[in-house]
Write a protein that binds this ligand. Structure first.
Ligand SMILES: Cc1ncc(COP(=O)(O)O)c(C=O)c1O
Length: 389
């Protein structure tokens, strides 16, 4: 008997599982490995969010299945609506246009299963977040990849997408501020995107878990700010990266009510929702946590400067993106992405992500995450410098 289902056979091991086991292997040898490979903030969740969780955990009402249907608690959906209104000027109906998620990653899967039929073509970017491709495979869809190139500021060139691909495509998954490149899109790009998607009758899925992490000079944006976007789009967002809550598993899908309804129908058949206590603590984060986001942004900005200065000393020419807590850096001459990432492990015990982990157009780059402490980052940069020079 073949134990494993066919749908799993073509699925690669999830990139970050692979990286985590690599770190464990290195640490088992007694070596002091510094991982700059994963975007998982080391700072704790702010205390008032934890205290709210602690109080909510003591309330037996919260020990039962999460309330207010599968959409999530109405109080949480109201908070999402307030948050989107305050930050982006986007008005959302909490009853029909907001869905609670166990993180943005869950939304990616739910969308694919709720909207994609086997054989459907889905546009994704290359490089791009590995979760899109994997879930297209799980849903039986076909990925069509659009290159993100530095000369185009890592934005897809809509006018270069062949007409037959536009005709076939059902949805386009994209993500700005972008993981892995750190690139930001502006309102002009989003406006052209929405116009293009309307013309070609393509759904837009904007995965936006870094919307708040942009450096001065760039705007914080939601795709839903663009007139007409709501007719054809859904956006995912998350508390993971803003409030150091990656482990809590909470986020939201917002936008087109038909898509939200379809995702909800899928979700109610496979999960029982997010623990009420986590939803209640997340409401406080969204209502009261703006200063925490600013604090973390200042920390990332400081670390970004540390890396840029080190790159200057290592003669690595950098065209740094203005968003996320990642830097997308060119590998030194003479190395492939993989060869350079391996060299850093061997020489320096520093783990970065090879650009090709995000697709073939990641060749020539590596991604470095700013989510370790300043001391560890400095130590990693010193080791890198000794390895390169
Ligand atoms: C582009 C992108 N989408 C989704 C996720 C998943 O985030 P969450 O923790 O909200 O599931 C990540 C996490 O790194 C990401 O980079």
């Amino acid at each position: 008997m073949d134990l494993i289902a066919d749908r799993l056979k073509n699925l690669p091991t999830y990139l970050f599982m692979h990286l985590r086991s690599k770190i464990k292997q290195i640490e088992a040898t007694g070596a002091d490995c510094i991982s700059l490979a994963i975007g998982d903030p080391v700072e704790p969740t702010p205390a008032y969010i934890i205290e709210t969780l602690q109080e909510a955990v003591l309330d037996p009402d919260n020990h039962q299945y999460p309330t207010d249907e599968q959409k999530g608690m109405l109080a949480f959906r109201n908070a999402v609506s307030r948050w989107y209104g305050r930050k982006y000027g986007v008005k959302l109906d909490p009853e029909t246009e907001v869905l609670t998620l166990g993180g943005s990653k869950e939304g990616i899967h739910h969308f694919m299963m709720a909207v994609i039929n086997p054989g459907d073509t889905i546009l994704i970017t290359n490089p791009g977040y590995p979760g899109y491709r994997a879930n297209i495979l799980l849903a039986g869809g076909q990925a069509h990849e659009l290159p993100l190139l530095e000369k185009n500021r890592f934005l897809p060139q809509l006018e270069e997408i062949p007409e037959d691909v536009c005709r076939r495509a059902k949805a386009f998954f994209l993500n700005y501020p972008n993981n892995p490149t750190g690139a930001c899109a502006d309102k002009d790009f989003f406006t052209r995107l929405v116009d293009w998607a309307h013309r070609h009758r393509i759904l837009l899925v904007h995965d936006n878990p870094y919307s708040e992490l942009v450096f001065p000079g760039c705007d914080r944006l939601s795709l839903l700010q663009i007139p007409g976007a709501r007719d054809i789009s859904v956006e995912f967002n998350s508390l993971s990266k803003y409030y150091n809550m990656t482990g809590w598993r909470i986020g939201m899908a917002v936008g087109n009510s038909g898509i939200i309804q379809a995702m909800c129908k899928f979700k109610e058949n496979v999960t029982s929702g997010v623990f009420n206590a986590i939803q209640l603590a997340s409401i406080r984060a969204m209502d009261e946590g703006d200063a925490d986001i600013e604090n973390m942004l200042a920390v990332y900005h400081r670390r970004r400067e540390m890396v840029l200065q080190a790159c200057d000393r290592m003669r690595i020419p950098v065209n740094a993106g203005m968003g996320t807590f990642y830097l997308w850096l060119p590998v030194p001459d003479g190395f492939s992405s993989i060869a350079f990432a391996e060299k850093l492990i061997d020489d320096a015990c520093v783990l970065v992500t090879a650009g090709t982990a995000y697709g073939k157009h990641g060749e020539g780059y590596f991604r470095l995450s700013l989510t370790v402490t300043d001391d560890r980052l400095q130590e990693a940069l010193d080791r890198m410098k000794n390895s390169i020079v």
